[in-house]
Design a protein around this ligand. Structure first.
Ligand code: 6PG
Length: 473
């Protein structure tokens, strides 16, 4: 009989749970796993070998094997399954036990669960984790929120398993309540924005530049050595080299152009709308995934709705240089939008988020890790209350210098009928944000005209309403 007492419990022994447990074990922690699925449990025990790791399909055996107060990690699908597991666990746990939800849970669910467990004095932490399977195994970026005392207890473990950049762990306590899951949600929204921008750049290079997949590989690989060095650019370069095992074509050309999503990008958009924070590139990325899924309608429309025929650009080299500047410009704006949302949410939900700390833990391990995050970290360290990343001297001069290229890229895309909505939104965000005057005075006039919604004036204090002249000359 196994009488070992384990440091941590892991519920959900799928790819992420199994790999994170192995990572934790490498760093000297013993882990007891639980899953309803017998095969997952067997695989876990087999992979554990002679490590101090074990697993069971029995929840009571699992709970008995844990050190008390217990520290249990959930790595199960977000939503109903997470609730089901918590409901099953709750009557079996004791005061001071800790549940850490490492799933992509909606932050409002995390708030509700904290509330639900507090009457039993069970602690609950919402912890974002990014980096996929390899991250979980060898070093993810970890975004924990919840009671700080609880974080302090588990900090040495989280620091040891997290990714490191310059020997600094990619984890820190982010704030109370659902702060961790909120930051993870915005990480994912930013991920959607970056992916859409890269996809549009690919579309322009492929269609107008007529680059083949080997050339596309070379372009992205070269960009990955420069100021756009990042995980997403790196994997994009690799994707263009992958051969399809069935047809021997490039695999990317055999993949259906209809994007799926699990919802975290949409959640980001939804909450930004609630908080009235503009994040147009992220919104557009969500919309474009939605639009891409209308594959059959698009095929029909292609027959009917004519547009200009894409013509080849005179110089591949010039186009590549233009797109490099355009993509870099737009990437800055998407990080600016994500950071602006985090700052507004921090005020509204009283998270006390530190943008510099977030940029720091996103430098390694996560999907949006990028060399640029080092500069973002520097910008917010210099000015913790920076209103918008685009106002940092370093970023503002970069944007000013590369705006010509994104304007040209959009012009060329439009003339050739190539959709580039996220690139357009990146530029529109920049142009709108830098406009001391916007035509919203007319919107206010219209609102007052049809609905007596009132307006403010530029020359005197107060709220005004006018009996508008309804005559049309
Ligand atoms: C990560 C990712 C991950 C996310 C996938 C898929 O940080 O490791 O963000 O959490 O689930 O990227 O997301 P979609 O299915 O919504 O594209």
């Amino acid at each position: 009989m196994n009488t070992t007492v384990y440091d941590y419990g892991m519920i959900g022994l799928g790819t992420m749970g199994r790999n994170l447990a192995l990572n934790m074990s490498d760093k000297g922690n013993s882990v007891m796993g639980y899953d309803r699925n017998e095969t997952q449990v067997k695989n876990f025990i087999t992979e554990a070998g002679n490590r101090t790791m074990f697993a069971s399909t029995s929840l009571s055996q699992f709970l008995k094997a844990l050190k008390t107060p217990r520290a249990i990690i959930l790595l199960v699908p977000a939503g109903k399954i997470t609730d089901d597991v918590i409901n099953e666990l709750k009557p079996l746990l004791s005061a001071n036990d800790l549940i850490m939800d490492f799933g992509n849970s909606h932050f409002t669910d995390t708030n509700r669960r904290i509330e639900q467990l507090s009457s039993s004095k069970i602690h609950f932490m919402g912890v974002g984790i990014s980096g996929g399977e390899a991250g979980a195994r060898f070093g993810p970026s970890i975004m924990p929120g919840g009671p700080q005392e609880m974080y302090n207890n588990i900090a040495p473990m989280l620091q040891s398993v997290s990714a490191k950049v310059n020997n600094e762990p990619c984890v820190t306590w982010l704030g109370p309540g659902s702060a961790g899951h909120y930051v993870k949600m915005v990480h994912n929204g930013t991920e959607y924005g970056l992916m859409q921008l890269i996809a549009e750049t690919y579309h322009i290079l492929k269609t107008i530049g007529q680059l083949n997949n080997n050339e596309l590989h070379d372009v992205f690989a070269a960009w990955n050595k420069g100021k756009m060095q990042s995980y997403l650019i790196e994997i994009t370069a690799s994707i263009f080299l992958q051969q399809d095992e069935f047809t021997k074509n490039s695999l990317v050309d055999m993949i259906l152009d209809a994007a799926k999503q699990k919802g975290t990008g949409g959640w980001t958009t939804e909450d930004a709308i609630n908080l009235q924070v503009p994040i147009p590139v992220i919104d557009t990325a969500v919309n474009m995934r939605n639009l891409s899924a209308y594959k059959n309608e698009r095929l029909l429309a292609q027959q009917k709705l004519q547009g200009p025929k894409a013509a080849a650009f005179h110089s591949k080299h010039e186009l590549i240089e233009m797109m490099e500047q355009a993509l870099h410009f737009s990437i800055i704006t998407v990080y600016a939008q994500g950071m602006a949302l985090l700052q507004a949410a921090s005020k509204k939900y009283e998270y006390g988020l530190q943008p510099a700390a977030i940029a720091k833990i996103w430098r390694g391990g996560c999907i949006i890790r990028a060399a640029l995050l080092e500069d973002i970290h520097t910008a917010y360290t210099k000015q913790p209350c920076l209103l918008n990343l685009m106002l940092d001297d370093n970023f503002s001069s970069g944007l000013i210098n590369s705006q010509k290229q994104i304007r040209n890229a959009i012009k060329i895309a439009t003339e050739n009928g190539i959709p580039a909505p996220a690139l357009m939104m990146a530029l529109a965000y920049y142009d709108s944000y830098r406009s001391g005057w916007l035509p919203a005075n007319l919107i206010q006039a219209q609102r007052d005209f049809f609905g007596a919604h009132t307006y403010e004036r530029i020359d005197r204090e107060g709220i005004f309403h006018t009996q508008w002249n309804t005559k049309v000359k």
